[in-house]
Each structure stands twice: as structure tokens, then as C-alpha cells.
Design a binder for this molecule. Sequence first.
Ligand code: ZN
Length: 501
Amino acid sequence: MEEKLRELKTRLGEIKDLEAAANLLEWDQMTYMPPGGAAARAEQLATLRKIAHNLFVSDEIGRLLEELQAEVADLDYDSDEASLVRVTARDYEKERKIPASLVAEMAKATALAHEAWVRARAEANYPHFQPHLQKIVDLNIQMAEALGYEDCLYDALLDLFEPEMKTAQVAQVFDDLKAQLVPLVKAIAERKDAVDDAVLYRDYEEEKQWAFGQEVLRRMGFDFERGRQDKSVHPFTIAFSPNDVRLTTRVYRRQFRTALFGSIHEGGHALYDQGLSLALERTPLCDGASTGIHESQSRLWENVVGRSRSFWTFYFPRLKELFPAQLEGVDSETFYKAINKVQPSMIRVEADEVTYNLHIFLRFEIEKDMLEGKVKLSDLPEAWNAKMKAYLGIVPANDAEGVLQDVHWSMGTIGYFPTYALGNLLAVQFYKQALAEMPEIPAQIERGEFAPLRTWLKERIHVHGKKFTPAELVRRVTGSELSARPFVEYIKAKYGEIYGL
Ligand code: ZN
């Protein structure tokens, strides 16, 4: 077994190296690459990804996995070896089912669709994008058929981001949440003047915002010896190894929330990547458990910690030192309320903690309807706007701030959106468990001590990498299943107090 395992690891290690190289090219593309490099970079990335894919779906890997599956049967389920074989075999089966011709067609379609989307959004011209979206939907249906599913097409696509999560379970959890959130948003809207966030739109120097963000990242435990922070138009985090994790941030002088909460959010992703066990390096297990679990870590730090009263009890005096003129006459309590202002808005990425998930329900429902042919693509803007009205009580003035706002569909991605909301729910579920085990966490945060929480997250979640499915991990950490209830309780308590409901 030793020898076969070594051979498998050698092959997987080389594939991981190619993927890391591709990630580095992608990171460079989003940060420092001059615009002229775009066409060449697209070729370079496609070549690296294709070689990595072909090496992975090779017959040799299939043979090794098959032989090793029997041999690791006696090992502990959560041992590195058994997990490596189990998880790699699952990924292998999935990847083998997707025909190379479909991958190529998708790559071509998305290149065109992305360009069309950029223009359509700039011109608020949905009909320009519609034929491309039709192609993307058709290819996703083919993809789902190739992958196979039990209940519905959407299961197959969702599984690519949340292994073994079922559409029916997501729908159930979202329905529970929607029933609570829609009336809450209405009640808050009636008291919208209770919170004023004008202070966040004063002039905050970029350099000082950047410096403050770095202070917070350091204290969270982001290790700048094993990572770095740069600027980019769209913030993201990408890792080449647990010892080299890159995050990016954007800074707006007159929108204080953007840089700081963006940094904390990406910092949460980055702590996950830096916390992965080094024993898993250069294997497929050296990754987050799923997109939703990854998002739970960013949301936990951004919202549950970063938008908490405890956090600002510690940090507000420091912020006032940095920005005395901007924060003149403002106290910690006013600032706490300002950063937590709830405001139904058109754009998902700008949404607050309460309204954010409503944007996701809308996309999830529309994606399912598109795949099942329940909505004609020519009617998509109307379907979008009707749901905005129903859930958030507002209607986009045009399709750029409506159906065209997100990049995901133009990149060929359907089934991804639910993971954002799952991340929000899991963030609170995990934090609740941490509190049950360590009730002193809020007091520690008030003193600027984040290490105990970070260590708990690392030991319970990060080190395991991709060993467990999201459901297995949630059960191991919290002893229960994914549920909307902890999130609902958290939101009602926090915003009930802020808005005096
Ligand atoms: Zn994120």
C-alpha cells in the first residue's frame, strides 16, 4: 500500500503544483498585470488548467484509486490516507463524467458571454446578454445530465460547490429563513430613521484606512510572513500553499465600510487557508471543505465579530486616534449602529447582514426556474424585479442594477449563489458552538484578544481541509445539522435591539 500511496501522492502533488501556478497567474491578472496581457494570460491559464485536468482524469490515477480503496478500508475514516483516497475518488468520478468537448465548449461560451455581459451591464441592455445566457444555461443542463442527479438538475450543479448538499434541503432552509426575514426587513424599514450612517461617508484617507485594516488583520492572526495583501478591483483570496496566501482589498475614501469589512472578510478566508494542516499540502485535501464552509469563515469574522459591539469597544478608540476630525463628536455606540444600518438595496455585494440572504433566495429560485424551463429568458428581468419587490420592497430602475449585476452567470457558474447564504447561516452556527464551549470569547474580543477564537476555528475546522463533506463537518463541530434557527435568533436579537423592535 505504501508504494501505491506514494505514487498517488506524487501524481496529485504535481497536479496541485500546476494548479498553484495557475492560481498565481490569476492572482497576478487581478492585481498587477497590465491590461495588454489579458489575451496571452487567458491562453496560459487555459493551458495549465487543461494539463492539470488531463493528468487528474488519467487512467493511472483511476487504477491507483481503485486499488487503494480496498487497502485503506481498515484505516480510520478521518486518517489522512483514508480521507485522501475517499475524497480524491469522489472528485475523480465527477471529473471523469464531464466530457472534454463540454469543457471546451463552456470555455468558449463563457469567454464570449463575459465580454457580452460587461457591455450589456454598462449599457443596461439585457437583450444583448440574453442569447449568451441561453447558451450558458443549455451547457449547464448538459453538464448536470453528464454528472447525473437523483431529484433535480440543480442537485448536480450545487454538488460542484457543496459536495453532497441537496437542493431540497437548501430550499427548506431558505423557506424557513425567508418566512422570518421578509417581515423583519419590513419592520426595520418602518423604523429606518432610527439609525443614521452618515458618519461612514466622510472623507477617510486611503493610506490610513489601509493601515488600520492591516492592524486588524494582524490582530486576527493573519500571518504576513506567510501571505500578503494587495489592492484589486474585486476583493478576493487565493492560496498557493498554506504558507503563501494572498488577499486583496479595495479602498474608497468616502465609503468607510468597503476597505475595512472587505479586509476582515477576506482575512477570514485567508485564516482558513493559512490554518490548513501542512500534512495535507500538495494533496487535494489541502483546500476548504466547500465554498459555503469557506464563506462561513469570512462571514464569521466580518459580521459576527467585526460588526459586534465587543469588537468596537476595543477598536473605536483606536479608530478615533486615526481619524479625529472625521469622528469628532461620534461615540462608539453611534458608530456601532452606523456600521449595522439595514437598508434594502439593489446590489447584493453592498447588502447588510439582514437583507443579504434575500438577494440569494431570489437568485437560487431564478436559477432553478431557468434550468427547469419554468421562466423564459426573455422574461427574466420581470421575474427578477417581481422578486425584488416581494422580498425587499424595491424595484431596480434598470437591468444593470437588476438582473445583470452579478458576474457569475457570464462565467458559466450556476449553483454557486446558495453558498453565500449557507456561509451566513454556518458562520452563526459555528460561532454559537464556540460560545457554548468558551463563553469568555466576547470579553476577549473586547480586549482585542482574537487568538482563542482563531485557535478554536483552526482546530475544529481549518486543519481538516477537505477531509469531510460540509454536512459531516457541521455535525462534527456543532453536533447538529445545518439550520436557519441560530442565524434567525442572532439577527432578531441584534437588530431588534438596534432598531428598538
Ligand atoms: Zn467570501
